[in-house]
Design a protein around this ligand. Structure first.
Ligand code: TXA
Ligand code: MG
Length: 347
């Protein structure tokens, strides 16, 4: 398949190009587009045949449900059985933005969207290109992250082009995404408000509005089976093996240096995922800085790109520094633990 790639400037949106993309969606095609979190791979969420193509293009397991993206509040009611008061509060504060809410679904939602569950995930992205595209398409847009299943989510147009060229109808290259990690998934379809996936809106942010909000146990405990189907799969993984180090920062740096030295002696190509604060303490291997510990937004913004850059450098092993679990650190660590297939080493 020929994939049409178009560039759109989010600060000066070419509405003709948006219309072209919306027409592809209306005709049952697939369009990748930027959101404020990561790029999404969109299809008409009410068209079962179109949604099937998403699973095929990504190689995504069919029991992993999709998020529906909307552009205004009027679009929400037809998709859900009810809108709880708590949802109104969260929507008021966090939409448009990186918060996905799970509702009880209405009967217009095709089973392929929800993987047979009786709930549906919905979010309103905070990105002018995404909002304009959804509005023009006139239907809710189903969109998982626009990466091949298992790979790091795309945060740049080129990431999408690398993964999806030849597999989908159109890619809108709208530059770099902002947050860099996916939305927080918050389940409000049961009595206990539960975070199923940590993301751009933090637990601390949500606690201000929902004092009794909890996190699904599997987010911090590897032994528990996640309630969100997508959370159980291998995810975000670079090609190389990755080891993730946590603990006192000085010990982390010492351990990484020690291991890098030994691995290099064995003839391995070593990548080190460092931070601004530690980068000068490493001398060996391919060193990439994700961002600053004093501003974890920078680490979130760059994380998936750094993992893809290590792929490009063809390293055999990545030694990565972890971060603290508070605020955005929870989502960063969730992604890094998955990227390392759970190889978390406490020093
Ligand atoms: O930031 C984001 O959320 C991005 C952008 C493109 O909007 N999208 C995204 O979609 O990350 P995806 O498909 O990669 O992740 C959706 C997550 C999965 O973990 C899935 O299992 C969960 O949401 N999910 C979807 N519907 C659900 C439901 N009804 N109940 C529980 N979890 C659900
Ligand atoms: Mg994804």
């Amino acid at each position: 398949m020929d994939t049409k790639i178009i560039q759109i400037d989010e600060k000066n949106i070419n509405e003709d190009l948006i219309l072209q993309a919306a027409n592809v969606l209306k005709a049952g095609g697939l369009v990748a587009f930027p959101t404020e979190t990561v790029y999404g791979l969109g299809a008409n969420g009410l068209d079962e045949e179109a949604v099937k193509k998403i699973y095929i293009a990504k190689g995504r397991p069919s029991d992993n449900p999709l998020i529906l993206h909307i552009s205004s509040m009027e679009e929400l009611a037809p998709l859900v059985e009810e809108i709880p008061d708590l949802a109104y509060k969260c929507i008021d504060r966090f939409w448009p933005g990186p918060l996905t809410i799970i509702f009880k679904k209405s009967n217009i939602i095709p089973a392929i969207i929800t993987a047979g569950l009786d709930s549906v995930a919905i979010r309103m992205p905070n990105h002018p290109i995404a909002l304009s595209l959804i509005k023009q398409a006139g239907v809710p847009i189903a969109a998982p992250s626009a990466n091949l299943s298992g790979k790091p989510s795309p945060t740049k147009g080129n990431h999408v082009i690398d993964d999806m060229s030849g597999k989908i109808d159109m890619i809108i290259d709208g530059g770099n995404t902002g947050v860099g990690l996916e939305s927080t998934v918050l389940d409000l379809s049961t009595d206990l408000p539960t975070i199923l996936r940590p993301g751009g809106v933090t637990l601390e942010d949500l606690k201000e509005f929902i004092p009794n909000v909890v996190q699904d146990g599997s987010i911090t405990n590897k032994e528990e089976i996640p309630k969100s189907p997508g959370q159980k799969y291998k995810h975000y993984a670079p090609s190389a093996e990755m080891l993730l180090f946590v603990g006192d920062l000085e010990n982390v740096v010492d351990e990484i240096n020690y291991r890098a030295n030994n691995l290099l002696k064995e003839g391995k190509r070593v990548g080190i995922l460092a931070t601004e604060e530690t980068k000068d303490k490493y001398a060996l291997g391919e060193i990439i800085v994700s961002g600053s510990r004093n501003n974890t937004r920078t680490i979130a913004h760059n994380l998936f790109d750094t993992l893809r850059r290590f792929d490009g450098l063809d390293v055999d092993i990545i030694l990565a520094e972890g971060v603290d679990y508070d605020y955005l650190g929870m989502a960063i660590m969730n992604r890094m633990i998955k990227a390392s297939s759970g190889k978390l080493i406490r020093v």
